[in-house]
Design a protein around this ligand. Structure first.
Ligand code: GTP
Ligand code: MG
Length: 218
């Protein structure tokens, strides 16, 4: 079994933990967690489902703005994935958008167990104002960011590669540091790379790093 296969098997053990409307109602701020952020409809819930090989763990919907709470998925006692509320859906009342943004900023600022941010952007609409806000907040907190350019299956290979390079250049021009990859929940492109990023931030043990003492005992 490769490291990535091992990690994907571990991620498949994720279980829904709790939905929190505010920071105060989040699970204890201990251990390690990785949050998935992105504009509404970017594919956050679909990515979590693909990475955990569960169809309905995080509810993916064709109605944007469905995930309005901070949803926690537990891998074990000290490791969690977090589905953050999507942002920027036009039909949501302004008052509600401001409320979400307040909770989101609060979560990013105060959540010390947060080890890294997976920022999802639709490959056809990258680096929108919300994405830049997230990158700015993460940078202020020195939180590492890994970008998934989602729905890469919507483009052919050439255009997808070009989009990747263009976003890389955009990030540099804006002064942001982040790793980035193509991703598709549908074709599963980039699944293993994304899983390995989670493993690193969540400090999940890798088979290739585990000491095999059965040999010395023989
Ligand atoms: N073709 C394609 N469609 C995708 C992909 N990922 C998500 N979608 C579709 O995009 C829509 C939104 O996906 P979600 O996963 O619900 O997006 P979200 O970011 O969780 O949205 P909110 O919860 O509203 O913030 C759904 O109709 C998905 O089926 C992908 O990789 N490829
Ligand atoms: Mg969602």
């Amino acid at each position: 079994m490769t490291d990535a296969e091992h990690i994907l098997a571990q991620l498949a053990r994720a279980q829904f933990q709790i939905s929190a409307p505010t920071l105060a109602l989040c699970p204890p701020n201990i251990g390690h967690e990785v949050a998935f952020a992105g504009r509404s409809n970017a594919g956050k819930s679909s990515a979590i489902n693909a990475l955990t090989r569960q169809r309905q763990l995080a509810r993916a919907s064709k109605t944007p703005g469905r995930t309005q709470l901070i949803n926690f998925f537990q891998l074990d006692e000290e490791r969690r994935l977090v589905d953050l509320p999507g942002y920027g859906y036009a039909k949501v009342p302004e008052q509600m958008k401001l409320e979400w943004q307040r909770h989101l900023a609060h979560y990013l600022r105060e959540r010390h167990s947060l080890r890294g941010l997976i920022l999802l952007m639709d490959i056809r609409h990258p680096l929108m104002p919300f994405d830049r806000n997230m990158l700015t907040w993460a940078q202020e907190r020195q939180l590492p960011v890994h970008i998934l350019l989602t729905k890469a299956d919507k483009l052919n290979r050439g255009p997808a590669g070009n989009a990747l390079q263009e976003v890389r250049r955009g990030l540099t021009a804006l002064g942001f540091e982040a790793s980035i990859q193509l991703f598709s929940s549908v074709s599963r492109l980039g699944l293993e790379d994304a899983a390995m990023q989670l493993a690193q931030w969540l400090q999940m043990p890798l088979p290739s790093e585990m000491v095999d003492d059965s040999v010395s005992e023989a």
